[in-house]
Design a protein around this ligand. Structure first.
Ligand SMILES: [Mg+2]
Length: 174
């Protein structure tokens, strides 16, 4: 397995968070979710969780799967979104650095093998999760537009995605 694959290939790649079901996670012995916010749960410019997102969080809670939002965005954005869901969050997480992933895992009192990282970006969410030894699920970004830094990351990401696609490692329809 190449170094790119090791660090940048997600364990799973799905269209949206709504394709991620509690039963599936439980079958993998996963008890906790570390999820990105912007363009993973809602578009980056959407302030509050949609009803569909609320239902998704409720379903996870009912199945005793704990969720923490870990975002590189600022306190105002992350706190206001998370508080309406009444769940824990870490803002300015500096993903792909490991600290926030460790903090979130400690907060939820689970070990590495019980955690899944969900996000829309390969260079922050997937890379961060993979190199910290966590299971990773990548989702297609909710919204196609991004900030400048993310735009640049997307260029690199596109090349990785094409590479994985050529290798048959990702079944990817867009
Ligand atoms: Mg994101």
């Amino acid at each position: 397995m190449g170094i790119f694959t090791k660090y940048f290939l997600p364990n799973e790649y799905v269209q949206s968070i709504f394709d991620i079901k509690p039963e599936h996670l439980k079958s993998k012995n996963i008890k906790a979710i570390i999820t990105d916010l912007d363009n993973t749960l809602v578009g980056w410019d959407v302030k509050d969780p949609t009803d569909e997102v609320r239902t998704w969080f409720e379903e996870m809670k009912e199945q005793n799967i704990t969720v923490t939002i870990v975002s590189n965005n600022n306190q105002e954005r992350v706190a206001s979104f998370s508080s309406t869901l009444n769940i824990d969050y870490i803002f300015k997480a500096r993903k792909p650095r490991g600290k926030a992933f460790r903090q979130a895992s400690n907060l939820m009192d689970v070990n590495k093998s019980e955690v899944v990282v969900i996000g829309d970006q390969m260079l922050t969410d997937v890379f961060g999760g993979n190199r910290n030894g966590l299971y990773t699920i990548m989702v297609v970004p909710v919204k196609k537009t991004d900030g400048l830094v993310t735009k640049f990351n997307r260029l690199i990401e596109r090349r990785f995605l094409n590479y994985f696609k050529r290798k048959g490692l990702i079944n990817w329809e867009e």
